[in-house]
Design a protein around this ligand. Structure first.
Ligand SMILES: NC(=O)c1ccc[n+]([C@@H]2O[C@H](COP(=O)([O-])OP(=O)(O)OC[C@H]3O[C@@H](n4cnc5c(N)ncnc54)[C@H](O)[C@@H]3O)[C@@H](O)[C@H]2O)c1
Length: 353
């Protein structure tokens, strides 16, 4: 069990169960004072759903007020009081983020358990307390900080995850390896690549635990993201989000864009003399070894749209977009604005002639 200490004496206990049966037994102890939240895909993982439940549409487009209202209405219909518990069983978006947001506002805060079922939700979205819905086409615009009191993981839920979703989560794991204070996760990724990609359960359990520890370290240092420490977790996201949104979410999944963006951030760091060149080259190879197309470049004609999306990034200081760069090697970062010319050079296709 891992425990994350947060502000105001709050803590999140993370339990790694042996399998789904183990988890069900633990959750069964809560009796009827609970409301389960699934999406259409995670509901399929159960032969029979628990009596009090709501099944939301799956996918980012359902991360909205309508789904929030469905959870709150169901909680009220089931007679949940403040000592009642919402159990979110699913991925990071519709289920974990929405269950957490619903729990934060239901009767000014009820109990919350998250059971993340994607690799991304296991290593990232389920811990740290960020809860949100999308609003007016903008991601995570309305939300709160509301850490789950417990996060329960069962690696066997990852068996049904498709390849794209698995790689989405894995990119965040590799990013965590670059941010880690020690080299354990980085070495694990190098040595256990084949077992990771073939989803060997024991290997994945160890991988998730190592990755979670990195996220926990940042959360504990900066629980509400006000000290500038937790921002390091955005490594690769500024370059990556702009690619994701300027390609209208059609090119790749979020994780592949983050992997690509992290490699651009490594190159930017090298260009500015901030990041060690040999380290950046090794880290880029690591991403490549997991199948991410990190050599991809956008077409010249797509630059204006890419730039416009980049400039809309939320992470600004003095009106300038901030990029997370690695200082020398892993484990230490700096925030820096980048010259548009350098960005263009890094992301655009080399001229053919
Ligand atoms: N709160 C945070 O700190 C935080 C951090 C990172 C990302 N996020 C959010 O998380 C979301 C992305 O996470 P995600 O990729 O887990 O999103 P998701 O919940 O949309 O899940 C991705 C897809 O996988 C399906 N799925 C989930 N578990 C499955 C399983 N075991 N088997 C088969 N299919 C399964 C879902 O139905 C969905 O179609 C985004 O909305 C992002 O904003 C939040």
């Amino acid at each position: 069990m891992l425990t994350t200490q947060l502000d105001n004496g709050k803590q999140t206990e993370v339990l790694l169960a042996d399998d789904l049966k183990d988890l069900s037994a633990h959750l069964g102890e809560y009796g009827r004072l609970v409301l389960w939240v699934f999406d259409t895909n995670t509901a399929k993982l159960f032969k029979q759903l628990p009596p009090s439940h709501v099944v939301l549409e799956s996918g980012e487009s359902a991360k909205n007020f309508t789904s929030l209202e469905r959870i709150l209405s169901a909680a009220l219909d089931e007679g949940l009081a403040r000592d009642g518990r919402i159990i979110g069983f699913g991925g990071g978006g519709v289920v974990c983020d929405m269950s957490a947001f619903a729990a934060s506002v239901y009767m000014r805060g009820c109990r919350l358990t998250l059971v993340p079922t994607t690799l991304l939700a296991m290593v990232d979205a389920s811990v740290g307390g960020k809860a949100a819905i999308d609003f007016k086409g903008m991601k995570n615009m309305v939300g709160s900080f509301y850490p789950a009191s417990e996060v329960l993981l069962s690696i066997d839920t990852l068996r049904t995850l498709n390849e794209k979703e698995f790689l989405n989560g894995l990119a965040e794991v590799v990013k965590h390896a670059l941010l880690s204070q020690d080299e354990e996760l980085y070495k694990f990724l190098l040595v256990r690549k084949n077992e990771i990609l073939s989803r060997d359960p024991k290997t994945l359990a160890a991988l998730v635990e190592l990755s979670l520890k990195v996220k926990q370290w940042f959360i504990e240092q900066d629980p509400t993201e006000t000290l500038g420490i937790r921002q390091s977790l955005n490594l690769g996201h500024t370059f990556g989000h702009a690619l994701e949104s300027s390609s209208h979410y059609l090119l790749w999944g979020h994780g592949a864009c983050v992997a690509w963006g992290t490699c651009r951030a490594l190159e930017a760091g090298v260009a500015l003399g901030v990041t060690d060149k040999a380290y950046a080259s090794g880290a880029t190879k690591l991403f490549k070894s997991f199948g991410y197309d990190i050599e991809y470049r956008i077409g010249r004609g797509d630059w204006i749209e890419y730039r416009d999306h980049l400039l809309k990034d939320k992470k600004k200081a003095d009106g300038k977009v901030q990029f997370v760069l690695l200082e020398k090697k892993q484990g230490s970062t700096v925030l820096s604005p980048l010259d548009l010319q350098l960005i263009q050079h890094l992301v655009i296709a080399k001229p053919i002639f």
